[in-house]
Design a protein around this ligand. Structure first.
Ligand SMILES: [Zn+2]
Length: 88
């Protein structure tokens, strides 16, 4: 996980186009209801509000490095996260 920060480093957000059209000046980040998860080929971001694809990324068969630790709000200690019975 070295070199992969677990703090917010988002430069550009992905948006559901339908949510963008409907948010009426409100923050589209708050309006849309996205879920993200692994797929057979990579990672997909899905709009739960509109039940539609936002983006589906292919890893082209590569195993990518990742950091899924979370910084605890008090004290800044890292908390291990368990996904699919694997502690990372
Ligand atoms: Zn949407």
């Amino acid at each position: 996980m070295a070199g992969i920060p677990n703090t917010d480093k988002i430069n550009d957000f992905y948006f559901c186009k339908k949510c963008l059209a409907e948010c009426n000046g409100n923050s589209p980040v708050s309006y849309q209801r996205l879920s993200a998860g692994r797929t057979k080929i990579g990672l997909q971001i899905w709009c739960e509000r509109h039940n539609c694809n936002v983006i589906h990324l292919s890893f082209n068969g590569e195993e990518l490095a990742f950091n899924n630790t979370q910084v605890m709000e008090s004290g800044g200690k890292e908390k291990k996260v368990v996904i699919n019975n694997v502690t990372v």
